[in-house]
Design a protein around this ligand. Structure first.
Ligand code: 5GP
Length: 218
């Protein structure tokens, strides 16, 4: 089975990071791509686990060296996915889970066309605003910017392969997990099985010929 990238996008505060964390805890065949960002770490965040926190200069330098599979300005800060990070997880035979915004997803699928894009929706607008407020990590101006960005992100939903509503965490994780399983079984991805099927077809054709010959008239 070949591993593939799974991109999770959602308006800020919908809980995709929690979904990603939960999915990682449940499945050994999924690894996480730690992104780079120039924003400040939040109180509960661990460097190189949640993000690689970079200065603006370092980010731009790495971008210049082509180290990012995608990069974007989100809420005024730089974010990017390292090619090396994605490759490390794929080379270990694990699906690589990414929590990136819609601009990043658009760029990323161009570099990794085998990616599965999943958009996570809030159960309602009230729920979205409430989740952002209760996080208590943003000023009013930042909150307003995140809401404006959410509006813009929702315009991009049609680019995604799947939509998952995060009405209940466990159920949302079940859904993303089911998507990974279904995608793993897609014929296009199962190259080994394809070979097996074509060998089977070939052997069947030989059998058909063999059984046909005693009845052949000429
Ligand atoms: P936060 O700062 O709240 O962790 O993330 C803000 C937004 O940046 C979220 O929508 C998140 O998905 C997005 N983001 C996180 N990492 C990346 C990345 O590597 N690339 C892009 N394009 N967006 C990212």
């Amino acid at each position: 089975m070949s591993a593939f990238p799974v991109v999770l996008s959602a308006p800020s505060g919908v809980g995709k990071t929690t979904i990603a964390r939960e999915l990682m805890a449940r499945r050994g065949d999924v690894g996480y791509s730690v992104s780079c960002t120039t924003r400040q770490p939040r109180a509960n965040e661990v460097t190189d686990v949640d993000y690689h926190f970079l200065s603006d200069e370092e980010f731009v330098a790495r971008e210049g060296r082509g180290e990012f599979a995608e990069s974007a300005l989100v809420h005024g800060k730089r974010y990017g996915t390292l090619r090396s990070e994605v490759q490390r997880v794929l080379d270990a035979g694990r699906h690589v889970l990414m929590d990136i915004d819609v601009q990043g997803a658009r760029q990323f699928i161009a570099s990794f066309p085998a990616s599965v894009l999943v958009f996570v929706l809030p159960p309602s607008l009230d729920d979205l605003v409430e989740r952002l407020r209760s996080r208590n990590t943003e000023t009013d101006a930042q909150l307003a910017e995140r809401l404006r960005n959410s509006h813009a992100e929702l315009q991009d939903v049609h680019r995604y392969h799947y939509i998952v509503v995060n009405d209940e965490l466990g159920v949302a994780v079940d859904r993303v997990s089911a998507i990974i399983d279904a995608e793993s079984s897609k014929r296009d991805r199962v190259y080994a099985l394809d070979t097996q099927v074509s060998q089977l077809v070939q052997r069947l054709e030989e059998q058909i010929k063999r059984y046909k010959s005693p009845h052949a008239t000429s």
